[in-house]
Design a protein around this ligand. Structure first.
Ligand SMILES: [Zn+2]
Length: 318
């Protein structure tokens, strides 16, 4: 038997078929095409999924269940999307709409939680009892899995780790609060500091890398320039790592997960990110002298995490 996983993003809809050994054996994607009504979106997803299965010669009898990760607050019990800003949904019974197109049961969850669940079961967190996922993108997303259970919150809004304040009266965050981790340690925040540094230091390697156009600087360039010894980029990176370490250490002190997993595009930097982060986090950990401490690692499944997690999350398959 297979499971179907769908990752509904603001730009693309990716889907995949997951086999019993938790491998994604078939993948396809199509553009999301926003804005559009929830009814129409459900219809397009349903038709796309069923057509993909048909093309692959897989009958719906071979599929146990399907799941979809949605960028918003989702009540996995009722299948109601309480709030999904990008999709324009407020209190929409989206799973009910979607179910009409599928002959097997469909479940829904938040996309970041689904991706974390995928990493937990089949990626960087495999075999661990508990894991925190911190996804560095435009914002900072997250999920906390404690002793095999996703921490959802009573209205499924838990896990907003990017909106933990690390600096009182600090920079204004997109959420309206000031000093959130997201305002200092997201991929977007790293790019913004990199741009400033390139502008201020026209002779730096960072400024050379962006062709003298600071607006082109991104996180990857900052890592590259710092790796080659550029002082301006090193300063930006060490500031960024310092803030990221504060947030990471707070979460480790509260939950003491076995694995702390960093996801998102910046996790591609691998050890260039992990080594200084581990060093910065260590003195901030309350139980730093313990024999075993939380392992800080990067996500390993890339885009497959969202598909796998959506396919396996809803019924708590472990
Ligand atoms: Zn915030």
């Amino acid at each position: 038997m297979y499971r179907l996983g769908i990752d509904l993003g603001g730009t693309n809809i990716a889907l995949g078929l997951v086999d019993e050994t938790r491998n994604v054996i078939l993948k396809d994607s199509m553009p999301t095409c926003l804005p559009q009504s929830p009814e129409m979106l459900a219809g397009r997803i349903g038709e796309f999924a069923m057509k993909t299965l048909e093309k692959a010669g897989i009958s719906s009898d071979e599929i146990e269940a399907g799941g979809i990760g949605i960028p918003g607050t989702v009540d996995p019990e009722s299948g109601v999307v309480e709030y999904a800003n990008n999709l324009g949904m407020i209190h929409v019974p989206f799973l009910k709409m979607l179910q009409e197109y599928f002959p097997f049961p469909m479940f829904g969850s938040n996309d970041a939680k689904a991706a974390a669940w995928g990493e937990y079961l089949a990626g960087a967190g495999r075999g661990a009892s508990s894991m925190v996922m911190e996804t560095l993108g435009t914002g900072i997303g997250g999920a906390m899995i404690v002793e095999g259970k996703m921490i959802d919150g009573f209205q499924y809004g838990a896990g907003e780790i990017g909106h933990m304040v690390i600096r009182r009266n600090g920079k204004t965050c997109t959420c309206g609060r000031r000093g959130c981790l997201e305002a200092y340690a997201s991929a977007a925040a790293l790019s913004a500091s990199g741009r400033q540094a390139a502008k201020k230091n026209p002779g730096s390697l960072l400024a050379v890398k962006c062709g003298g156009r600071p607006e082109r600087v991104d996180g990857k360039m900052v890592f590259e320039a710092a790796g080659e010894g550029d002082e301006a980029a090193e300063r930006v990176l060490s500031g960024f790592i310092g803030y990221l370490a504060e947030g990471t250490a707070n979460l480790i002190n509260i939950l003491q997960p076995e694995v702390f997993c960093i996801g998102g595009g910046l996790s591609g930097a691998g050890e260039a990110l992990l080594a200084p982060l581990r060093e910065a986090v260590k003195p901030l950990i309350y139980s730093r002298e313990a024999e075993k401490t939380t392992r800080i690692v990067c996500a390993s499944l890339g885009n497959d995490a969202g598909i796998l997690g959506a396919a396996l999350y809803q019924r708590g398959v472990k």
